[in-house]
Design a protein around this ligand. Structure first.
Ligand SMILES: [Zn+2]
Length: 170
């Protein structure tokens, strides 16, 4: 398992510590992406590959309608407290938490029920290869296309503002 250099993690913590509760969600996303992009050489291998950091680093945040995400002040407060609590050695939980936070910031929630765990509320994504609308469960992570078919591993990407408008989701 890869480790995270202390200095790199502490840098991230000190930036996150300066975010006020009024920080716009878009800026929170930018802070995370900036840190990931500036430290790519430390974020290779497991667990970062498992959580798709390669594709996260490449997203075009200008196309993403962060303002429509479900990320609220309470999520920001929670985000700060978790980042400040984690130690650099908690690499797996850091990687998973940052991936989950980016997904929360970069997707919109839709009124769909998860076919697997029956939780309400799923997130909208787009199929990387077929351009179809897909839903991913907030709770268990199950995903399927809007036509009911299963999503292949790593088959989803964030929907752009234009795509979400065309689909009538924003
Ligand atoms: Zn589920």
């Amino acid at each position: 398992m890869h480790t995270l250099p202390l200095k790199i993690w502490h840098e991230f913590q000190s930036v996150v510590e300066t975010l006020s509760d009024e920080t716009p969600s878009r800026q929170v996303l930018e802070v995370i992406l900036f840190w990931i992009r500036s430290n790519r050489k430390h974020l290779t291998g497991e667990p970062f590959t498992v959580y798709g950091f390669d594709s996260l680093a490449k997203i075009d945040e200008r196309e993403i309608p962060v303002e429509y995400s479900s990320f609220k002040v309470s999520d920001l407060i929670n985000f700060k407290s978790i980042v400040l609590k984690r130690q650099a050695r908690d690499v797996d939980s850091i990687a998973r938490f940052l991936r989950d936070t980016i997904e929360e910031l970069a997707t919109v929630e839709v009124d769909e029920q998860c076919p697997r765990c029956e939780s309400e509320g799923m997130r909208a994504f787009i199929g990387k290869y077929n351009g179809l609308l897909a839903y991913q469960c907030n709770v268990c992570g199950y995903s399927n296309y809007s036509d009911g078919s299963r999503v292949e591993n790593g088959g989803l990407e964030f929907a752009s503002e234009r795509q979400l408008r065309e689909l009538g989701l924003i």
